[in-house]
Design a protein around this ligand. Sequence first.
Ligand SMILES: O=P(O)(O)OC[C@H]1O[C@H](O)[C@H](O)[C@@H](O)[C@@H]1O
Length: 528
Amino acid sequence: MNAATLWQRYQDWLYYHEGLGFYLDVSRISFDDAFVAQLQPKFEKAFQDMAALEGGAIANPDEDRMVGHYWLRNPDLAPTPEIKQDITQTIEQIETFTKKILSGAIHPPQAPRFTDILSIGIGGSALGPQFVADALAPDFPPLGIHFIDNSDPAGIDRVLTRLRNRLSSTLVIVISKSGGTPEPRNGMLEVKRVYAGQNLDFSHYAIAITTPDSKLDQLAKSEKWLATFPMFDWVGGRTSEMSSVGLLPAALQGIDIQTMLAGAKEMDDATRVPDLKKNPAALLALSWYYAGNGRGEKDMVILPYKDSLLLFSRYLQQLVMESLGKEKDLDGNVVNQGIAVYGNKGSTDQHAYVQQLREGVPNFFATFIEVLEDRQYGSPELEPGTTSGDYLSGFLQGTRQALYDNHRDSITVTIPQVNPRTVGALIALYDRAVGLYGSLVNVNAYHQPGVEAGKTAAAAVLDLQKRILQVLEDESRSLSIAQLAEKAQATDQIETIYKILRHLYANKRGVILNGNVGDPSSLTVMSN
Ligand SMILES: O=P(O)(O)OC[C@H]1O[C@H](O)[C@H](O)[C@@H](O)[C@@H]1O
């Protein structure tokens, strides 16, 4: 395509939203008009599906749930007055609570104010708050935030050691929609012990965000924690940033949550338009579909040229991959759908993996995220007429061009600034694009049945560990691993047994291994 034709294509497909100052450029995705026309009927259906979902349909049939994250930013859309009230009351509760914490009206027993937040959660109960904190928290927030998002003992130690001297003014927010996920439960129990170790009554520091009446909710109420905030059945974890999950931590860091909600609402309005060319989420879904042949054949590489958006790709990884990565379609056919997502930031990645993007396996399409404003105040010229922001902008354009010249397609999203309005809008944009794409490829984008298999298998490993520890205690003599497996009636689990023993031994957990640890058949084991 020559420069004039390409410039025309750019203008023909450029989407601009005046209120948000938001641009979307899909001109470097190589679809043609025939392809767009061919997808039109699928889009008609996708727009209808989204309208039904927003109207309160059971859009997540397997879990028999409504899908209501759009109502969070426009409670007037909620299908019942009760749901509308739940949303508005929760936001009021968050705002009132935040004011009390920031003013010191609610304060820890031994300090005039809370200084820090320790957020404990995983998946959808961590990724949104982490992304928003990194993107939007002021340089000196009223409360600094820290995260425990894993069951890694060393990771937990690292966070707690850094907070050791401020634990008595640290507010702990335990976030779990289900209230039964093992990782946040473990994190909470460990943190609770450390509070007890410093003679601090955990209940004066702890808050729960969870579904009413979940295990976590019951615990928080029975122990009289400082507060509980509801998470709703009809909000999925990965779309929960605009629920109490994201709003409470954001508000406590001094982030303007009303503006974040307003930005999301504006984008929701724009992405509700049932006209492909006038709907930026539909343009994204179209581009994804074209790039990956409707089967996720190409990975989505997210390249924000702004340090504060670094965690956006990690946030989108869950949103896109947990939503679209499905074995079966809605009719029960095996389709193995999905789109892989990765990325960090530009121009940093230019010096890491962009080499492969330009010249290696052509198995991806890029999404550049451009931020027009370089920094809050003016920039110095590093050489006549050139600032570091000019370099960053040039690197973005240059990489886009270099990829295109080598037949690597890309999308460019442009926002005026990173602020609560644009971050809200970006989250809403991708929420809707994923919903529309899910409909195009006919999958349920709102459940995650594949996650269960790993959880069930992990629970079985922990059960097996208990059994073998019992056998070792009962035997009180050395056994080979094969003998141990036989006695535990788990000969089909011998490899797992070897790995459990190796882990217990490394942590001095009451087993002694003799022999060559690299040669499982030589090993004998006994309890000590
Ligand atoms: O918020 P929770 O109920 O603790 O869930 C946390 C996460 O864990 C699960 O395994 C799901 O796959 C995620 O979608 C969810 O966000």
